[in-house]
Write a protein that binds this ligand. Sequence first.
Ligand SMILES: Cc1cc2nc3c(=O)[nH]c(=O)nc-3n(C[C@H](O)[C@H](O)[C@H](O)COP(=O)(O)OP(=O)(O)OC[C@H]3O[C@@H](n4cnc5c(N)ncnc54)[C@H](O)[C@@H]3O)c2cc1C
Length: 445
Amino acid sequence: MQRLLMRSPVAVAAFWIGLYLLLTILPLLVMLLHLVPEGRSFWIEFSVALGFIGLAMMALQFALTARINRIEASYGVDIILQFHRYISLVAFAFIIIHPLILFVVAPETQQLLNFFQAPWRARFAVIATLALILLVVTSIWRKRLNIPYEPWRTAHGIFAVCAVGFGLAHAIGVGFYLGLFWKSVLWSAIALFALWLLIYVRVVKPWLMTRKPYLVEEVIPQKGDVWTLAVRPIGHEGMRFQPGQFAWITVDISPFRMREHPFSMSSNGDRPERWEFSIKALGDFTNTIKDIKPGTKAFIDGPYGVFTIDRYWDSAGFVMIAGGIGITPMMSMLVTAAERKDDRPFLLIYANKTWEDITFREELDALKEKLDLKIVHVLRKPSEDWTGETGYVDKELLQRYIPLHRGTRQYFICAASKMMDQVEIALGELDVPVTNIHIEHFNLV
Ligand SMILES: Cc1cc2nc3c(=O)[nH]c(=O)nc-3n(C[C@H](O)[C@H](O)[C@H](O)COP(=O)(O)OP(=O)(O)OC[C@H]3O[C@@H](n4cnc5c(N)ncnc54)[C@H](O)[C@@H]3O)c2cc1C
């Protein structure tokens, strides 16, 4: 079994899905071990089942976002966060429908909404539901509500703990009320599991990071308002990473403060003694990179991600399509491939606004000496004497450059969301198999 899981990524992915489904319906299975309490209709049982499944799904959300390497290595952070988002809506629907059914089939339960007179188990349910509503609303409309990322992330954690914590208190309270001992045991176990994940993320992980610190070696200015932050391990050997992966970094403050940012490494993955992150100045944190002094302490949580050529050792070659700062994972893959003397063909289609904006322009040119690399620059605002590609990376442009045997290559896309969507659709129309297309979003929320 262990061997099978190690060999086949599909088997690993299927294993996690199976485990997820089992954990989701486990509360129901335990419930089935008991006789249905007398006088309870189908609809009441159905409503209870929805509540159980919804709550189990909410508790499992902690596992999805705890950056557990084994889960992440099977799917990649994009897919996990996508799943986290959509499954939370399903859980939300289940949890909201749960009391609504009760209010219809057993109207006397509406009295439980009277917060001051209701028993504690009902008050817990009301608090949990309110926290859940706030959680969902602030996540879906964060940008529209103008909530900055950092406060949102703190609030998200608090709402999530309240929603699951009070939800569990409600389930345990009702369990004791109905006298179903094993159900209460199960819910207590789920509560402890969620608590452990919280401790793992907030205490254990930051503590592990403090044991393996890094020092900023230099900060190198690049074209396009980008700064490369180079760090080296102190007191340990550092780590290799698969080129194209990313890590969460904390600079100059304790990792316990949870103010970390994700960045793709732009350097050679086979050099554990020096990691480089190339960072575009776009906001509060990224604007401070240029002022970071060599010798500043940094902490790294990673590497993460599956956006890497290393997963496709049998591919005949690679097509990379980058927009602006989306070049960083491509740079890492190209530099690493060059050092490994990889002799497969690489095609890089790289979109920027102007010629002067092109981050790593000279470095990429230099790589042509070491790699079978073709670079197609696409400029949105070219100078008058520009004779290369202009405008957007669309189907016609792609058709001119990607190989005829589309399925023989792996395609990597990293750019602004809109460009990635358009390129993905265009590649589909050009008969590139969907399994050969890999995307990395720089926007988590
Ligand atoms: C997998 C991945 C790889 C990335 N690689 C690079 C890279 O190589 N180079 C690069 O310049 N940028 C990269 N980014 C984007 C980078 O993480 C954000 O630009 C940066 O965190 C913005 O922080 P800020 O405080 O400067 O900006 P703000 O103005 O505060 O935020 C701008 C937006 O960035 C996102 N963001 C802000 N803070 C965080 C945070 N702590 N964690 C996650 N997202 C946040 C939010 O969507 C926010 O709306 C990557 C992002 C991801 C998810």
